[in-house]
Design a protein around this ligand. Structure first.
Ligand code: FES
Length: 137
C-alpha cells in the first residue's frame, strides 16, 4: 500500500474536509474533532459525490416518541437521496449488509518521515575554522 500526502494538518482543521484524487480514485478526507477519516467519494447507490453531503448524527429510538442522537458528526448523508454512512467504517444504515462506502485509513505523520525522495544532492562537509570556511572533500 503506497502512502500519499493529502495536506499539512494545519490545512485540515476540525470540521473541515478535503476531496482529492489518488490513482484515479476520488477520495475524501474528514477531520472530525481531531480524528481523520477517509472514504471513497462515490455513493454506492447512484454515484453522488458524498463529500457534498452533511455530517449528522445517528438517530435511534428505544420507545415510541423517544429519539436519541449518537455519533454526532460521524454520519455522512448523501446529498442526492439521503442514504447515510458511518465515516469510521463506510457502513450504510439503509442496508448495512449490501451497501458500504470503501473506507481508507488516514494517519498523521511527521514531515520528516515523508520528504525523503530518491533525488538527493551530494553533500560536502563544511566547517568554520578560525575565520575561514573550509570544505572537506
Ligand atoms: S446517490 Fe447517494 S443515496 Fe442516491
Amino acid at each position: 500500500m503506497a502512502r500519499h500526502v493529502v495536506a499539512p494538518v494545519d490545512e485540515l482543521p476540525p470540521g473541515s474536509r478535503k476531496s482529492i484524487e489518488i490513482d484515479g480514485r476520488p477520495i475524501m478526507v474528514f477531520n472530525v474533532k481531531g480524528e481523520f477519516f477517509g472514504l471513497l467519494n462515490r455513493c454506492p447507490h447512484q454515484g453522488a459525490a458524498l463529500c457534498e453531503g452533511p455530517l449528522i448524527g445517528l438517530a435511534s429510538s428505544s420507545d415510541p416518541g423517544e429519539i436519541e442522537y449518537t455519533k454526532l458528526g460521524e454520519i455522512l448523508r448523501c446529498p442526492w437521496h439521503g442514504w447515510e454512512f458511518d465515516i469510521r467504517t463506510g457502513q450504510s444504515y439503509c442496508d448495512p449488509r449490501r451497501f458500504r462506502v470503501r473506507a481508507y485509513p488516514v494517519n498523521v505523520e511527521a514531515g520528516t518521515n515523508l520528504v525523503k525522495g530518491p533525488y538527493v544532492a551530494e553533500t560536502i562537509k563544511v566547517a568554520v575554522e578560525s575565520n575561514y570556511v573550509v570544505v572537506d572533500l
